[in-house]
Ligand binder design. Sequence first.
Ligand code: NAP
Length: 120
Amino acid sequence: MIPGTDVSGVVEAVAADVEGISVGDDVFGLLRFPSFDGRAYAGNVAAPASDLARKPAGIDRVHAAGAPMSLLTAWQFLIELGHDHPSPFQAARHRPMALGTDTTVLVNGAAGGVGHFARS
Ligand SMILES: NC(=O)c1ccc[n+]([C@@H]2O[C@H](COP(=O)([O-])OP(=O)(O)OC[C@H]3O[C@@H](n4cnc5c(N)ncnc54)[C@H](OP(=O)(O)O)[C@@H]3O)[C@@H](O)[C@H]2O)c1
């Protein structure tokens, strides 16, 4: 088993049926989510083309590699109203609620990976 979901790097090869991504492109992505079978803790990875996007020029590869899962988590909970399915890590269920202009959100651990995205 190879853990890890987030990657950033340069495309070395593409399959014949891939469109929109070429050898040499600087990309980043979240692989095979939500299977947690991203196999991203490696120097070279095989990635579904649909899981990759071009890395913005204004962010370096190290920061791009740290963004996808944390950013998705912050996005899901604040923009897409979170999950309401049971978590294997806690007994209490998430209870999504709509956010309005008069809603105050407490971001606990705001300096962390998820928190700093939730805060911005
Ligand atoms: N990263 C993901 O993709 C992801 C995805 C799904 C769920 N989650 C969950 O989201 C949570 C945060 O993940 P993360 O990746 O953002 O972790 P992280 O980068 O390690 O950040 C954790 C934050 O929590 C703070 N903290 C730790 N113990 C605390 C305490 N006792 N009281 C108050 N603040 C405390 C830390 O403060 P210091 O910096 O001062 O230590 C840090 O700012 C975790 O529960 C994680 O399982 C994360």
